[in-house]
Design a protein around this ligand. Structure first.
Ligand code: F6R
Length: 234
């Protein structure tokens, strides 16, 4: 695991955008896994400013709330279109995001997983980390899921994500999310971390143990992970 500590959010975002841009320039038909949440927003803004060619990029997002309509302002579909996909030349047909308004979530997840396996995993997977150490919506637990599935959000996650909703009761209790296989099948994982609230999760990420109670700690087992973090996370 390569760890880069930045002085602030701007520096982290600039470095992250450079890693993603390098991937796009060196392999114009890359498959890229995208994360949502507040952490990658600055990197996506910079990517848009770089005016890169996304015409042959294929994207797979980590997750989507369930149930939630696409045009809900808090859907990850909306987030991705407002922050990146609507601002670059990625073809609509190349964008994959689990469908939060599907009628059969189990079939939707099986289908998503099959597509991820068929394409051979992502070239670059961007990740954030939850205050509780989750990655995607793989929450701390004794057993962690391998496949894309319908996962319940922890109370911690609902509390943390309620900042985006009018009230905590509006946060969906479930999500459709990649499992560990989707994430680990990536050839390069880029984990972005910013802010004091992540300090406990960062401790578990950097110590010499792995635990399913701190899902991000499992990333220590992946051969190519780049962590870009701000200094206040330590
Ligand atoms: C988002 C996702 C989540 C977030 C994590 C951190 O697609 O999968 O795991 O990366 O909850 O969120 P922020 O960046 O808002 O602190």
């Amino acid at each position: 695991m390569k760890k880069i500590v930045c002085k602030d959010y701007e520096e982290m975002s600039a470095m992250a955008a450079d890693v993603i841009a390098f991937q796009i320039k060196s392999k114009p038909d890359s498959v890229i896994g995208f994360a949502t949440g507040s952490t990658p927003v600055g990197a996506y803004k910079r990517l848009v400013e770089m005016d890169l060619d996304f015409s042959r990029i294929t994207s797979f997002n980590l997750d989507e709330y369930y149930p939630l309509e696409r045009d809900n302002p808090q859907s990850y579909y909306r987030f991705m279109h407002d922050n990146l996909f609507g601002l670059v030349n990625i073809p609509d047909g190349n964008i994959n995001i689990p469908d939060g308004e599907c009628e059969n979530p189990i079939a939707e997840c099986e289908d998503y997983d099959k597509k991820l396996i068929k394409i051979g995993g992502t070239d670059l997977q961007i990740l954030g980390i939850g205050n509780n150490g989750h990655i995607a919506f793989i929450e701390p637990n004794d057993d962690l899921p391998l496949a894309t599935g319908v996962f319940e959000l922890d109370d911690d996650t609902i509390a943390a994500n309620s900042r985006f909703f009018e009230n905590a009761g509006d946060v969906p209790k479930k999500a459709l999310s990649m499992g560990l296989r989707g994430i680990f099948n990536s050839r390069h994982i880029l984990l972005l971390i910013s802010g004091k609230a992540k300090a406990n999760a960062v401790k578990r990420l950097l110590d010499e143990t792995v635990s399913t109670q701190a899902p991000a700690s499992l990333l220590k087992l992946h051969p190519k992970v780049t962590v870009i973090m701000t200094e206040d996370t330590q």
